[in-house]
Design a binder for this molecule. Structure first.
Ligand code: FES
Ligand code: FES
Length: 173
């Protein structure tokens, strides 16, 4: 009996995270994946889960601005950090982020399963490299698997998004 009680005990830990501008503080099982925390505890189901072992990139989110695979982290490892998921990309009036807008215009998605992860990867990429060439774009996207598009439209969407995101800076010159 004592052995049974011991095996059903799930160690918990208190974490605090800021996700898409909202502060959360709650107890989580120490072995809960970050992807499961986002989807099942915060109900942010825009973060998709495909392979659950770091291959497909569907679960990519921003952690302190860097693209990470949320299926490869425990929620407790995000304690004290700032996260952005696909739900945090749209503006306050629900207008699409320029990257999302470019994907829509250039038909950068079909089924959409890979799209949230790709959008987050592109967001981090364009922050680091605002003017990537096609080779760089394809290299950066190589960690995000898409079974539908053949990538060409995704690459076109990234180019358009990069151009538009650079515009404010170009106007200042
Ligand atoms: S679900 Fe995380 S990389 Fe595939
Ligand atoms: S749009 Fe279907 S997997 Fe990428």
């Amino acid at each position: 009996m004592a052995e049974q009680e011991k095996s059903s005990f799930v160690e918990q830990s208190l974490i605090s995270v800021t996700v898409n501008g909202h502060f959360y503080e709650q107890q989580v099982p120490v072995r809960m994946l970050l992807s499961d925390f986002l989807r099942h505890e915060l109900h942010l189901t825009g973060t998709h889960v495909g392979c659950e072992h770091g291959v497909c990139g569907c679960c990519t989110v921003l952690l302190n601005g860097e693209a990470v695979r949320s299926c490869l982290m425990f929620a407790v490892q995000a304690n004290g950090m700032v996260l952005t998921t696909i739900e945090g990309m749209a503006g306050i009036h629900s207008e699409l982020h320029p990257i999302q807008q470019a994907f829509q215009e250039k038909h950068g998605l079909q089924c959409g399963f890979c799209t949230p992860g790709i959008i987050m990867t592109v967001h981090a990429m364009l922050h680091e490299h605002p003017d990537p060439d096609e080779e760089e774009i394809r290299h950066e996207l190589s960690g995000n698997l898409c079974r539908c598009t053949g990538y060409q439209h995704i690459v076109e969407a990234v180019k358009l998004a990069a151009e538009r995101l650079r515009e404010p800076y170009m106007e200042e010159d």
